[in-house]
Design a protein around this ligand. Structure first.
Ligand code: GLA
Length: 387
């Protein structure tokens, strides 16, 4: 559609050519890892709860080749930037896009995997700062490439966990497992239902077209970030509430009314209510998808948004207005997706109406003084791998 995120062609061949130009030899291969949309299950992952993302066609592509020294050359085609690092430069808390790649080298070595040097040339069309996991795509594609190049036997779930560790311990963002699991484990045509405590996953068929539907993703262009304080603050509140309630994590709250009665702090009560009801919505959503009832998701999307807005307090006016506008223009259900404080909304619309609803919401957004959004119709796509 007219407002897709990719403004330029991004193919394995273009990234491979960029590699050859920069490095002077051809890469050994090209790997891909996607961004994601979280269909439902927001801020439940670090509470040991349930999530249900799917992978986007927008992805990071990485052309790579081993080196015989212990140095890593990291090239961003998009930013026309290059960094070369040695072992001593792999320092936690390093800033910049390159930390997502360097963090993966660091975490693999920390975990005892034998990873030598590499030239890595990357390009991505996952929108940055939109809550679509552009950073997880960088991490997961780096992990996929290094694991293949250095014959590391690492199970997919463990790959996701390592990539998350890179984000938590090297980049310094205290996120859960959602993004890296989605980028690594998703399959085309499916949503990924995951129990974030056990790591158990189910690939759930998610056929929008067969249901006569489309999923509009609209980026409000209000950038969000995880490295700031709000995300960590929400996480700390959940941990504090779990301590008061005497449970290992909020996922273990089985009687919401009793839990709310046991908490004196009104803010903690709201946070707990969001997490517990959101887990329940994911479980209901997976039942619906197993039964092929995609339209049945609509009220759950609406309820999820209200819960994020009123109880978890992670939405902003541009996001709330976009959801209201999408519903007013005929979306069956809509919610913010991702970590919050900006980023994207998703809206379930009748097949063939995504473009029209996207344009109508964009007009409302600019009339209300919000930034000009971008939008596209999402297709559940494949997770990380060699291409
Ligand atoms: C961000 C984090 C995820 C998850 C979501 C909220 O995307 O990276 O781990 O917590 O926010 O669901």
């Amino acid at each position: 559609m007219t407002q897709t995120a990719a403004a330029r062609p991004l193919t394995p061949a273009t990234v491979s050519e960029a590699f050859t130009q920069r490095v002077g030899t051809a890469p050994e291969g090209v790997w891909a890892a996607p961004g994601r949309v979280n269909l439902i299950g927001e801020h439940t992952d670090y509470n040991d709860g349930f999530v249900m993302p799917f992978a986007l066609p927008q992805r990071a592509l990485l052309a790579a080749r081993r080196r015989d020294d212990e140095r890593w050359r990291l090239v961003s085609v998009d930013l026309d930037e290059e960094h070369e690092l040695g072992v001593d430069d792999l320092v936690q808390g390093s800033p910049g896009w390159q930390s997502y790649l360097a963090g993966v080298v660091w975490v693999l070595r920390e975990a005892g995997h034998r990873v030598g040097g590499a030239d890595l040339v990357i390009s991505s069309d996952v929108p940055v700062g939109a809550g679509l996991s552009s950073s997880a795509a960088l991490e997961c594609v780096t992990l996929a490439a290094l694991a293949d190049l250095y014959d590391l036997e690492i199970e997919p779930l463990e790959r996701a966990r390592l990539a998350r560790r890179a984000e938590n311990e090297y980049v310094g963002a205290p996120t859960g497992l959602l993004d890296q699991a989605a980028s690594t484990l998703c399959r085309a045509g499916h949503a990924l239902f995951m129990d974030c405590r056990s790591g158990e996953v189910e690939q759930v068929p998610f056929d929008l077209a067969a249901a006569g539907l489309e999923l509009l993703v609209l980026d409000t262009a209000v950038a969000h970030s995880h490295v700031d304080g709000e995300y960590g603050e929400r996480r700390a509140s959940c941990e504090a509430a779990a301590r008061v309630l005497g449970v290992p994590a909020l996922r273990d709250v089985t009687d919401l009314d009793a839990a709310l009665a046991a908490l004196e702090d009104e803010v903690l009560r709201r946070r707990v209510r969001h997490v517990v009801t959101e887990d329940d919505r994911v479980l209901r959503a997976v039942e619906l998808l197993r039964a092929g009832d995609v339209a049945g998701l609509a009220p759950l999307l609406d309820a999820s948004h209200v819960s994020m807005r009123d109880d978890y307090e992670i939405t902003v006016p541009a996001v709330d207005d976009a959801v209201t506008s999408a519903r007013a223009h005929g979306a069956l259900g809509a919610r913010m997706t991702g970590g919050g404080f900006g980023g994207c909304i998703i809206a379930l619309v009748e097949h063939g109406r995504a473009e029209e609803v996207g344009a109508a919401v964009a007009a409302d957004q600019t009339a209300a003084g919000h930034p000009q959004p971008r939008w596209f119709s999402a297709q559940p796509s494949a997770g990380a791998g060699r291409v």
